[in-house]
Design a protein around this ligand. Sequence first.
Ligand code: PMP
Length: 354
Amino acid sequence: MSDKYNVTIGGGDLMSYFSDGNNVCWFLEPELGAAIRRLHGLVGNAVTDDRYIVVGTGSSQLFQALLYAFTTPGGPEPVSVVSSAPYYSDYAEEVSFLRSELYKWEGDAYKFNKKGAYIEVVNSPNNPDGTLREAVVMNRTGNGNGKLIYDFAYYWPQFTAITGAADYDNMLFTLSKCTGHAGSRIGWALVKDKDIAKKMTEYITISSIGVSKESQFRAAKIIEVVCNGIQNVGSVKSENLFEYARNILSKRWQKLRETIQNSEHLILSKYPQEHCLFSGKLTETLSAYAWLESKDDTKDCNEFLRGLKIIGKSGKICGAHQKFARINLMCREEEFNQFIERLSATRGKGIING
Ligand code: PMP
Protein backbone atom coordinates (compact mmCIF):
# COMPACT_ATOMS: atom_id res chain seq x y z
CA MET A 1 0.00 0.00 0.00
CA SER A 2 3.09 2.23 -0.21
CA ASP A 3 1.56 4.81 -2.56
CA LYS A 4 -1.29 5.56 -0.21
CA TYR A 5 1.13 6.74 2.42
CA ASN A 6 3.08 9.15 0.24
CA VAL A 7 3.64 12.65 1.57
CA THR A 8 4.93 15.66 -0.29
CA ILE A 9 6.90 18.28 1.58
CA GLY A 10 7.80 21.49 -0.24
CA GLY A 11 11.21 23.10 0.16
CA GLY A 12 9.80 25.97 2.19
CA ASP A 13 7.40 23.93 4.35
CA LEU A 14 7.72 23.17 8.05
CA MET A 15 10.62 25.53 8.70
CA SER A 16 9.69 27.05 12.06
CA TYR A 17 10.52 25.44 15.40
CA PHE A 18 6.93 26.05 16.47
CA SER A 19 3.83 24.02 15.68
CA ASP A 20 1.15 25.26 18.06
CA GLY A 21 1.99 27.98 20.55
CA ASN A 22 -1.31 27.40 22.39
CA ASN A 23 -0.51 23.80 23.22
CA VAL A 24 1.51 22.75 26.30
CA CYS A 25 3.58 20.66 23.89
CA TRP A 26 4.21 23.59 21.51
CA PHE A 27 6.16 21.46 19.00
CA LEU A 28 3.36 18.90 18.48
CA GLU A 29 1.91 19.18 14.97
CA PRO A 30 -1.89 19.50 15.42
CA GLU A 31 -2.55 16.93 12.65
CA LEU A 32 -0.46 14.36 14.49
CA GLY A 33 -2.21 15.06 17.80
CA ALA A 34 -5.60 14.60 16.09
CA ALA A 35 -4.45 11.41 14.31
CA ILE A 36 -3.18 9.89 17.59
CA ARG A 37 -6.51 10.57 19.33
CA ARG A 38 -8.42 9.09 16.39
CA LEU A 39 -6.24 5.98 16.35
CA HIS A 40 -6.63 5.26 20.07
CA GLY A 41 -10.36 5.89 19.74
CA LEU A 42 -10.64 3.30 16.96
CA VAL A 43 -8.37 0.69 18.52
CA GLY A 44 -9.75 1.24 22.02
CA ASN A 45 -6.38 0.68 23.71
CA ALA A 46 -6.03 3.96 25.60
CA VAL A 47 -8.06 6.83 26.95
CA THR A 48 -7.06 10.15 25.39
CA ASP A 49 -9.74 12.39 26.93
CA ASP A 50 -8.35 14.78 29.52
CA ARG A 51 -4.83 13.83 28.49
CA TYR A 52 -2.01 15.96 27.17
CA ILE A 53 -0.11 14.53 24.24
CA VAL A 54 3.64 15.03 24.31
CA VAL A 55 5.42 13.95 21.14
CA GLY A 56 8.99 12.67 21.31
CA THR A 57 11.87 11.49 19.15
CA GLY A 58 10.76 7.94 19.75
CA SER A 59 9.27 6.89 23.05
CA SER A 60 12.90 6.55 24.21
CA GLN A 61 13.13 10.32 24.51
CA LEU A 62 9.76 10.47 26.28
CA PHE A 63 10.86 7.87 28.82
CA GLN A 64 13.80 10.09 29.71
CA ALA A 65 11.57 13.17 29.70
CA LEU A 66 9.28 11.43 32.21
CA LEU A 67 12.21 10.53 34.45
CA TYR A 68 13.22 14.18 34.41
CA ALA A 69 9.64 15.36 35.04
CA PHE A 70 9.23 13.00 38.01
CA THR A 71 12.51 13.78 39.71
CA THR A 72 13.35 17.41 39.07
CA PRO A 73 14.46 19.58 40.91
CA GLY A 74 16.05 16.63 42.75
CA GLY A 75 16.52 15.69 46.39
CA PRO A 76 19.36 14.47 48.58
CA GLU A 77 19.31 10.98 46.98
CA PRO A 78 18.65 9.92 43.38
CA VAL A 79 15.20 8.35 42.91
CA SER A 80 15.30 4.58 42.30
CA VAL A 81 14.04 3.33 38.92
CA VAL A 82 12.92 -0.31 38.63
CA SER A 83 11.09 -2.68 36.30
CA SER A 84 10.26 -6.33 36.84
CA ALA A 85 12.72 -8.75 35.26
CA PRO A 86 13.09 -9.72 32.54
CA TYR A 87 12.98 -6.08 31.51
CA TYR A 88 13.72 -4.09 28.35
CA SER A 89 17.47 -3.65 28.70
CA ASP A 90 17.48 -0.10 27.31
CA TYR A 91 15.72 1.12 30.48
CA ALA A 92 18.85 0.28 32.45
CA GLU A 93 21.08 2.00 29.92
CA GLU A 94 18.93 5.09 29.55
CA VAL A 95 18.71 5.56 33.31
CA SER A 96 22.41 4.96 33.98
CA PHE A 97 23.99 6.55 30.92
CA LEU A 98 24.55 10.10 32.22
CA ARG A 99 25.13 9.14 35.88
CA SER A 100 22.34 11.48 36.86
CA GLU A 101 21.95 12.79 40.38
CA LEU A 102 18.19 12.83 39.82
CA TYR A 103 17.59 9.09 39.37
CA LYS A 104 19.34 5.76 39.55
CA TRP A 105 18.73 2.30 38.03
CA GLU A 106 17.93 -0.31 40.72
CA GLY A 107 16.99 -3.24 38.47
CA ASP A 108 14.32 -5.85 39.15
CA ALA A 109 11.13 -4.53 40.75
CA TYR A 110 10.66 -7.93 42.42
CA LYS A 111 13.87 -7.42 44.39
CA PHE A 112 13.35 -3.76 45.30
CA ASN A 113 12.79 -3.24 49.01
CA LYS A 114 13.87 0.32 49.70
CA LYS A 115 11.67 2.88 51.38
CA GLY A 116 11.12 6.29 49.82
CA ALA A 117 10.50 7.51 46.31
CA TYR A 118 10.81 5.24 43.31
CA ILE A 119 9.73 4.99 39.70
CA GLU A 120 8.44 1.70 38.30
CA VAL A 121 8.27 1.06 34.56
CA VAL A 122 5.50 -1.33 33.58
CA ASN A 123 5.89 -2.72 30.07
CA SER A 124 2.85 -4.67 28.85
CA PRO A 125 3.02 -6.79 26.75
CA ASN A 126 6.56 -7.04 27.96
CA ASN A 127 9.73 -6.83 25.92
CA PRO A 128 11.50 -9.34 26.04
CA ASP A 129 9.17 -12.14 27.20
CA GLY A 130 5.73 -11.10 25.90
CA THR A 131 3.98 -11.41 29.26
CA LEU A 132 1.18 -9.08 30.36
CA ARG A 133 2.31 -6.95 33.25
CA GLU A 134 1.06 -4.93 36.18
CA ALA A 135 2.88 -2.78 38.72
CA VAL A 136 4.49 -4.91 41.43
CA VAL A 137 6.35 -2.78 44.02
CA MET A 138 3.31 -1.26 45.71
CA ASN A 139 1.58 -4.68 46.06
CA ARG A 140 4.74 -6.40 47.26
CA THR A 141 6.12 -3.84 49.70
CA GLY A 142 3.27 -1.44 50.40
CA ASN A 143 5.58 1.44 49.39
CA GLY A 144 3.13 4.04 48.12
CA ASN A 145 5.77 6.61 47.09
CA GLY A 146 6.07 5.28 43.58
CA LYS A 147 5.43 6.93 40.24
CA LEU A 148 4.44 4.66 37.39
CA ILE A 149 5.40 4.75 33.74
CA TYR A 150 3.29 2.49 31.53
CA ASP A 151 5.23 1.59 28.42
CA PHE A 152 2.58 0.39 25.97
CA ALA A 153 4.87 0.03 22.95
CA TYR A 154 3.27 -3.38 22.23
CA TYR A 155 -0.31 -2.80 23.37
CA TRP A 156 -1.66 -3.02 19.81
CA PRO A 157 -3.99 -5.66 18.31
CA GLN A 158 -1.34 -7.42 16.22
CA PHE A 159 0.54 -8.34 19.40
CA THR A 160 -2.14 -8.95 22.00
CA ALA A 161 -5.83 -8.80 22.87
CA ILE A 162 -7.06 -5.28 23.53
CA THR A 163 -8.87 -5.87 26.81
CA GLY A 164 -9.74 -2.28 27.60
CA ALA A 165 -8.74 1.34 27.16
CA ALA A 166 -5.72 1.90 29.40
CA ASP A 167 -6.44 4.80 31.70
CA TYR A 168 -3.18 5.46 33.55
CA ASP A 169 -1.61 8.83 34.31
CA ASN A 170 1.54 8.36 32.24
CA MET A 171 1.44 6.13 29.17
CA LEU A 172 3.99 5.78 26.38
CA PHE A 173 3.31 4.65 22.82
CA THR A 174 5.47 4.48 19.73
CA LEU A 175 5.00 4.38 15.98
CA SER A 176 8.00 2.01 15.92
CA LYS A 177 5.88 -0.94 17.04
CA CYS A 178 2.38 0.28 16.14
CA THR A 179 3.01 0.47 12.39
CA GLY A 180 6.69 -0.52 12.23
CA HIS A 181 8.01 2.91 11.21
CA ALA A 182 10.82 2.87 13.77
CA GLY A 183 13.06 5.02 11.57
CA SER A 184 10.67 7.97 11.72
CA ARG A 185 11.48 8.20 15.44
CA ILE A 186 8.00 9.18 16.58
CA GLY A 187 6.60 8.30 19.99
CA TRP A 188 3.94 9.92 22.10
CA ALA A 189 3.04 10.17 25.76
CA LEU A 190 -0.52 10.45 27.07
CA VAL A 191 -0.18 12.43 30.27
CA LYS A 192 -2.86 13.36 32.77
CA ASP A 193 -1.06 15.99 34.82
CA LYS A 194 -0.41 19.32 33.15
CA ASP A 195 2.74 20.00 35.20
CA ILE A 196 4.24 16.68 34.17
CA ALA A 197 3.44 17.41 30.51
CA LYS A 198 5.06 20.84 30.90
CA LYS A 199 8.23 19.42 32.41
CA MET A 200 8.45 16.75 29.71
CA THR A 201 8.09 19.49 27.12
CA GLU A 202 10.86 21.41 28.88
CA TYR A 203 13.14 18.36 28.75
CA ILE A 204 12.56 17.91 25.02
CA THR A 205 12.98 21.64 24.43
CA ILE A 206 16.38 21.56 26.08
CA SER A 207 17.57 18.29 24.58
CA SER A 208 16.40 18.78 20.96
CA ILE A 209 14.21 21.95 20.70
CA GLY A 210 11.25 19.84 19.66
CA VAL A 211 10.73 16.89 17.36
CA SER A 212 11.24 16.69 13.59
CA LYS A 213 8.23 18.14 11.80
CA GLU A 214 8.89 16.03 8.71
CA SER A 215 8.60 12.94 10.86
CA GLN A 216 5.46 14.20 12.54
CA PHE A 217 3.90 15.07 9.20
CA ARG A 218 4.66 11.60 7.84
CA ALA A 219 3.49 9.90 11.03
CA ALA A 220 0.20 11.82 10.86
CA LYS A 221 -0.30 10.59 7.28
CA ILE A 222 0.57 7.00 8.15
CA ILE A 223 -1.83 6.98 11.09
CA GLU A 224 -4.55 8.58 8.96
CA VAL A 225 -4.23 5.82 6.33
CA VAL A 226 -4.25 3.14 9.04
CA CYS A 227 -7.41 4.66 10.55
CA ASN A 228 -9.09 4.91 7.14
CA GLY A 229 -8.25 1.25 6.55
CA ILE A 230 -9.90 0.24 9.82
CA GLN A 231 -12.97 2.33 9.02
CA ASN A 232 -13.07 1.26 5.38
CA VAL A 233 -12.87 4.86 4.21
CA GLY A 234 -12.23 5.06 0.48
CA SER A 235 -11.36 1.41 -0.01
CA VAL A 236 -13.32 -1.41 -1.56
CA LYS A 237 -12.09 -4.16 0.70
CA SER A 238 -11.06 -3.91 4.32
CA GLU A 239 -7.43 -2.86 4.74
CA ASN A 240 -6.91 -3.36 8.41
CA LEU A 241 -3.20 -3.06 9.18
CA PHE A 242 -3.57 -4.77 12.55
CA GLU A 243 -5.32 -7.83 11.09
CA TYR A 244 -2.72 -7.99 8.35
CA ALA A 245 0.19 -7.79 10.81
CA ARG A 246 -1.42 -10.28 13.21
CA ASN A 247 -1.82 -12.73 10.38
CA ILE A 248 1.90 -12.54 9.55
CA LEU A 249 2.96 -12.81 13.20
CA SER A 250 0.58 -15.69 13.75
CA LYS A 251 2.14 -17.68 10.88
CA ARG A 252 5.62 -16.93 12.22
CA TRP A 253 4.70 -18.11 15.71
CA GLN A 254 3.19 -21.28 14.30
CA LYS A 255 6.37 -22.03 12.33
CA LEU A 256 8.52 -21.24 15.34
CA ARG A 257 6.50 -23.47 17.66
CA GLU A 258 6.65 -26.33 15.17
CA THR A 259 10.42 -25.92 14.96
CA ILE A 260 10.96 -25.73 18.72
CA GLN A 261 8.50 -28.52 19.51
CA ASN A 262 11.01 -31.28 18.85
CA SER A 263 14.07 -29.37 19.97
CA GLU A 264 16.38 -31.13 22.39
CA HIS A 265 17.72 -27.79 23.56
CA LEU A 266 15.11 -25.06 23.61
CA ILE A 267 11.74 -24.26 25.14
CA LEU A 268 9.17 -21.59 24.33
CA SER A 269 6.49 -20.58 26.81
CA LYS A 270 2.76 -20.41 26.03
CA TYR A 271 0.75 -17.20 26.14
CA PRO A 272 -2.79 -16.72 27.41
CA GLN A 273 -5.80 -16.12 25.20
CA GLU A 274 -8.19 -13.29 25.93
CA HIS A 275 -11.19 -11.70 24.29
CA CYS A 276 -10.02 -8.81 22.13
CA LEU A 277 -12.40 -5.85 22.06
CA PHE A 278 -10.87 -4.62 18.80
CA SER A 279 -11.29 -7.80 16.74
CA GLY A 280 -14.14 -9.30 18.76
CA LYS A 281 -12.23 -12.60 18.79
CA LEU A 282 -10.49 -14.81 21.33
CA THR A 283 -6.91 -13.70 20.85
CA GLU A 284 -3.55 -15.09 21.86
CA THR A 285 -0.60 -12.83 22.63
CA LEU A 286 1.78 -12.95 19.68
CA SER A 287 4.90 -11.42 21.08
CA ALA A 288 7.17 -9.36 18.87
CA TYR A 289 10.02 -11.44 20.31
CA ALA A 290 10.73 -15.10 20.92
CA TRP A 291 11.96 -15.57 24.49
CA LEU A 292 13.88 -18.79 24.15
CA GLU A 293 14.97 -20.87 27.11
CA SER A 294 17.70 -23.52 27.22
CA LYS A 295 16.47 -26.82 28.58
CA ASP A 296 19.82 -27.17 30.32
CA ASP A 297 19.96 -24.52 33.09
CA THR A 298 23.74 -24.36 32.99
CA LYS A 299 23.92 -23.33 29.35
CA ASP A 300 24.11 -19.86 27.86
CA CYS A 301 21.23 -19.65 25.38
CA ASN A 302 22.57 -16.65 23.49
CA GLU A 303 25.95 -18.34 22.97
CA PHE A 304 24.16 -21.43 21.74
CA LEU A 305 22.22 -19.35 19.19
CA ARG A 306 25.37 -17.53 18.16
CA GLY A 307 26.85 -20.92 17.33
CA LEU A 308 23.98 -21.33 14.86
CA LYS A 309 24.67 -17.86 13.42
CA ILE A 310 21.56 -16.43 15.05
CA ILE A 311 22.02 -13.10 16.77
CA GLY A 312 19.84 -12.57 19.82
CA LYS A 313 20.00 -10.68 23.08
CA SER A 314 21.12 -12.46 26.22
CA GLY A 315 18.68 -12.83 29.10
CA LYS A 316 21.45 -11.54 31.35
CA ILE A 317 21.17 -7.96 30.13
CA CYS A 318 17.42 -8.10 30.72
CA GLY A 319 17.99 -8.94 34.38
CA ALA A 320 17.25 -12.64 33.77
CA HIS A 321 19.23 -15.87 33.66
CA GLN A 322 21.66 -16.63 30.83
CA LYS A 323 19.59 -19.67 29.93
CA PHE A 324 17.23 -17.17 28.23
CA ALA A 325 17.73 -15.24 25.01
CA ARG A 326 15.53 -12.93 22.98
CA ILE A 327 15.05 -13.07 19.22
CA ASN A 328 13.35 -10.31 17.26
CA LEU A 329 10.49 -11.65 15.14
CA MET A 330 9.59 -8.31 13.53
CA CYS A 331 12.00 -8.78 10.65
CA ARG A 332 11.65 -9.25 6.91
CA GLU A 333 10.25 -12.56 5.69
CA GLU A 334 13.60 -13.79 4.25
CA GLU A 335 15.33 -13.11 7.56
CA PHE A 336 12.67 -14.95 9.51
CA ASN A 337 12.88 -17.93 7.15
CA GLN A 338 16.66 -18.08 7.58
CA PHE A 339 16.23 -17.93 11.33
CA ILE A 340 13.89 -20.94 11.19
CA GLU A 341 16.25 -22.76 8.85
CA ARG A 342 19.23 -22.24 11.14
CA LEU A 343 17.21 -23.16 14.19
CA SER A 344 16.01 -26.37 12.49
CA ALA A 345 19.64 -27.37 11.94
CA THR A 346 19.95 -28.09 15.70
CA ARG A 347 17.49 -30.94 15.70
CA GLY A 348 19.05 -34.12 16.93
CA LYS A 349 22.58 -32.75 16.96
CA GLY A 350 23.03 -32.35 20.71
CA ILE A 351 25.16 -29.25 20.33
CA ILE A 352 24.52 -26.79 23.04
CA ASN A 353 27.42 -24.40 23.50
CA GLY A 354 29.25 -25.86 20.56
N1 PMP B 1 9.92 0.54 24.90
C1 PMP B 1 10.03 -0.73 24.52
C2 PMP B 1 9.49 -1.79 25.41
C3 PMP B 1 10.67 -1.06 23.33
O1 PMP B 1 10.78 -2.35 22.97
C4 PMP B 1 11.18 -0.04 22.51
C5 PMP B 1 11.89 -0.31 21.21
N2 PMP B 1 12.60 -1.48 21.13
C6 PMP B 1 11.06 1.27 22.96
C7 PMP B 1 10.41 1.52 24.15
C8 PMP B 1 11.64 2.42 22.21
O2 PMP B 1 10.94 2.73 21.08
P1 PMP B 1 11.19 4.02 20.21
O3 PMP B 1 11.61 3.53 18.88
O4 PMP B 1 9.88 4.71 20.18
O5 PMP B 1 12.23 4.89 20.88
